[in-house]
Write a protein that binds this ligand. Sequence first.
Ligand SMILES: NC(=O)c1ccc[n+]([C@@H]2O[C@H](COP(=O)([O-])OP(=O)(O)OC[C@H]3O[C@@H](n4cnc5c(N)ncnc54)[C@H](O)[C@@H]3O)[C@@H](O)[C@H]2O)c1
Length: 350
Amino acid sequence: MKKNIWIFESSIDFIREFYSIIQRNQKCFYIIDTEVYNLHLETIKKLLNYELSHKLIIRLNEESKNFHSVNRIYDFLLNNKANREDLLVVIGGGILGDIGGFVASSYMRGIKYINIPTTLISQTDSSIGGKVGYNYSNVKNAIGSFYDPEAILIYTDFLSTLPKKELINGFGEIIKYALIDSEDLLVYVEQHIDDLTSLQPRVISYIINKCVEIKENIVEKDFKDMGLRNTLNFGHTVGHAIEIDSQYELSHGEAVALGILVALKLSEKKLGLDERVFLRIKNLYRKLDLKLNYCIKDYRKFLKTIKSDKKNDDNMRFVLLGAFGDMTIKVVVAEDELLWAIKESIEGDN
Ligand SMILES: NC(=O)c1ccc[n+]([C@@H]2O[C@H](COP(=O)([O-])OP(=O)(O)OC[C@H]3O[C@@H](n4cnc5c(N)ncnc54)[C@H](O)[C@@H]3O)[C@@H](O)[C@H]2O)c1
């Protein structure tokens, strides 16, 4: 794993590492998610215990992941005279991480920042790999850049206050990692379901560590997302279209989990994936409380979304799986094949 990513189970180690990164007399500008601030005040106070600090407590969601929020953070930095020697500290989930990282990449042509992710999605996925940005004109993450933080500090105890829906959100991404790598992570998750759902620290650290390692390995080879990094989108093309079809009633993670089931069926048809993998994953979903079924409400719009996905051209192209760790990107899929896979996976009688 990269030298600048740390995972902590102990608050003492986490706080100590944080202060070891900050240089003497360096001003710190904290942007903190409101929920995290309120729910983890004791820990946050320890991080803020720094005389040269300014803080902005902020509540964001997918609608406010936009340039108004970016501007609000620029104002906070400008009004407090932040300059290029200073440090931005971003404490929150994937939305704040993406926005804060974007601000760091652009303010004064780039300032240093530390990312402290606090959700399962951000600890396993979004904080890694340097993609930062925000939504524009109804297009998710339309504006952005690639910009790595100075450090990513993952403190697993933040997860203890996550609502169940947000945890389930993260499980979908964990399953994705378990499929795109060797079978080891999947076997580990299958053997530690109760410990995973109850966030047993050792088990959760192990799983986060594995996900980070898998993502790091891919990103290292394709930082700018020109090919291999597409494998991280396994299940996402259909997942994203389901998220929109459900009018965001389903969370991103729930929708991606359903997208994975469709992608597994397509993988059987197009790449000869062993059909026992699909059954195994469905079994895991039941235990993790992930949804198994979904009926597409508006097929015409659903297909349009898939075709206009930024990773697709005129053909519908999918990332598919031949076997554990054996991914093929840009597999062309015909409309009737996709509809068949949907019927067989998520619209069928599961
Ligand atoms: N940059 C990338 O590579 C990448 C990858 C995947 C996802 N993403 C982005 O990540 C975003 C989703 O991230 P997310 O799922 O973390 O959502 P989020 O940031 O909205 O956080 C979810 C909710 O949990 C709350 N929260 C955060 N930490 C908490 C804690 N410890 N306890 C209680 N509540 C807490 C937040 O206030 C928020 O309401 C999306 O915008 C997506 O585009 C980016």
